[in-house]
Design a binder for this molecule. Sequence first.
Ligand code: ATP
Length: 245
Amino acid sequence: MTHTAALQLKGLDKRYGALHVTQDVSLEVRTGEIHALIGPNGAGKTTLMAQIAGQLKPDAGQVLIQGQDVTHWSAQRRARAGLARTFQTGSVFRSLTTHENVAIALNAKAGRASLWRPFRRPETLKQADETLQRFGLHEEQSAASLGYGTLRQLELAMGLATTPSILLLDEPLAGLSHTESAQAVYLLAGLRHSFPMLLIEHDMQAVFALADRISVLVGGKIIASGTPDEIRASHEVKQAYLGDA
Ligand SMILES: Nc1ncnc2c1ncn2[C@@H]1O[C@H](COP(=O)(O)OP(=O)(O)OP(=O)(O)O)[C@@H](O)[C@H]1O
């Protein structure tokens, strides 16, 4: 049976001068799965994410979202096609409320010319409210008053407000306390069948608990791709990366 992957990378290649930062990278995120991308510092995870999201142009290869070749599309057009990225820390507008922040994320997906002017529209705010309810953020609060854990939860809600066809999560657990991290893992696990996810995360315990499949990037190359058990058992992965973890 054929299936269309939520996200497919085919032979992506990128060089910075002599540095071959992405080398013939191919991988597939299937519908209903959390696919983790792990690798040591400097392996090229961030540059790969930027090529997927459309901020960085690969020298060769293709990016496909739901079977559609988006390699030459802008980041904005990819977002409209259903590619979402968790907003990095710092993207929350502290002067606005939780609901207004999610409303802006909704406007971004809709590709509205101004993110700002229509964001207080009642129907947009209602949709924002429904999203926040799902994340346990019931009450409308000023973003400036939020603690760190709740702020990260808001960022995730902003990423998911748009019901993406693929969600890129770039270190969603970074900086969270042990308890907050456990809550986030629980939340992500519950969302796996709603949104296929590509997860970059340094917390190996969380990665092995969450991922359906894992790809290991070392020196810009995928050296292994498989289930958590396969990756754990891989001699090559142990030697290159997990050996001391
Ligand atoms: N604009 C650039 N120009 C030149 N080299 C770059 C540029 N951006 C990144 N690099 C280099 O590319 C390599 C991969 O960097 P990247 O940030 O993608 O790694 P990473 O796997 O995300 O690392 P980390 O886990 O530490 O964030 C590094 O050697 C980095 O120095």
